[in-house]
Write a protein that binds this ligand. Structure first.
Ligand SMILES: [Zn+2]
Ligand SMILES: [Zn+2]
Length: 362
């Protein structure tokens, strides 16, 4: 370790310290030790002179809503003549799929939710058995008795079907002869969100967005389930808009108070929030009632601080630059890096030589 060689330059906007330089040296050593870079001198962090470190303060901003989506298709279930015990639609011209059993999951994970039927109250004769509840036996085809002949044994065998009368219960109506018209309802929950960055440095967006960091702001709030369900049930789009407006301004106030000061350009976050709310459809208007209905459950706004350091270093008289990023201090490079004959190359060449020698002497 030539740590005494490390020179620290004091520059206005550039934050520096022995601590951060140590993490950069370690990051460079890890990176330069890889066999995938055979010409890069190993332990480059320790061998090089770090000349300048600029903390670029990248932020990943995300805004989203956890949504429930309920879809319904028409179907039938066997009807046994008694009163239907499940949900029953009171009025098909009004109502919402969200008026029935609803248990919102915690968190923001994509999950399947409630599955149930809603009776539409309409009872009709089963078309498959014409209301008798019985169809032709599938096993014997209605024959009840039949004979088979085995050529190898030269023998006739008598068969009698267990159905007895050549019929079986109708699978469509379970033998009841009647069907009840229902809506088959399925529910899924998923997090719909948009991400952007508050960063204008050279580290590519694809690298930045996938990197780890520290959450410096997080706001989650529940939509008021009762108000939304009532708004949808009562066809009141304005009620929903008022609620959105309240949540929107509440979130913006929080952002202004708690995180705006830590951002390079606070407008980026404000615009992300504004755009998200603007494009959020009003479920009262947009839902295809009793077919496809979504319902906002809760929203989340997160600001993640990703450490990004632009590093300038010198190695054997030449200047180079690289970036370290994320909590793990991964290295990203764009441009020329030192290249020389290394022990990594010696090992790779030796292995190749042994493989070649083995294959020639077999
Ligand atoms: Zn039937
Ligand atoms: Zn049969």
């Amino acid at each position: 370790m030539n740590s005494e060689q490390i020179m620290i330059q004091e520059t206005g906007a550039i934050h520096q310290g022995i601590q951060s330089d140590q993490s950069i040296i370690e990051a460079m050593n890890r990176w330069s030790g890889s066999f995938s870079k055979p010409l890069l001198p190993s332990n480059l962090g320790s061998k090089a002179t770090i000349k300048q470190v600029t903390e670029e303060g990248a932020k990943i901003l995300s805004m989203g809503v956890y949504m429930g989506l309920r879809t319904a298709v028409l179907g039938t279930i066997p009807y046994d003549g008694s009163t239907y015990e499940g949900h029953t639609m009171k009025d098909e011209s009004a109502g919402t799929l969200w008026a029935y059993e609803t248990n919102f999951p915690d968190g923001f994970a994509s999950v399947n939710g409630e599955k149930f039927n809603i009776s539409l109250g309409h009872i009709f004769k089963c078309h498959q058995c014409r209301g008798s509840g019985r169809i032709k036996c599938q096993r014997c085809g209605g024959k009840i008795r039949w004979t088979t002949y085995s050529k190898s044994a030269d023998k006739y065998t008598e068969h009698v079907c267990s159905c007895g009368d050549g019929k079986q219960d109708c699978p469509e109506c379970d033998g009841f002869g009647e069907l009840l018209k229902v809506l088959r309802v399925k529910t899924t929950y998923k997090f719909d969100h948009k991400k952007t960055k508050d960063y204008s440095g050279a580290l590519p967006e694809s690298v930045l967005m996938g990197s780890s960091g520290n959450v410096i702001f997080k706001n989650t709030s529940e939509f008021e389930k009762r108000v939304i369900a009532e708004a949808i049930d009562g066809f009141e789009p304005d009620e929903f808009n008022r609620l959105m407006l309240d949540m929107h301004s509440e979130l913006k106030r929080e952002v202004e108070e708690k995180v705006a000061g830590q951002l390079i350009n606070p407008n980026i976050l404000q615009n992300l929030i504004d755009d998200y709310f603007k494009n959020l459809p009003n479920p009262v208007d947009a839902n295809k009632r009793l077919q496809e209905e979504f319902l906002p459950v809760r929203m989340k706004c997160v600001v993640k601080d990703v450490p990004v350091k632009a590093v300038k270093y010198e190695y054997k008289g030449n200047d180079y630059s690289l970036y370290t990023y994320g909590n793990e201090s991964d290295v990203w490079v764009d441009g020329k890096q030192p290249a020389e004959f290394t022990w990594k190359l010696v090992i790779i060449v030796s292995i190749l030589a042994i493989v070649l020698w083995l294959s020639l002497t077999r």
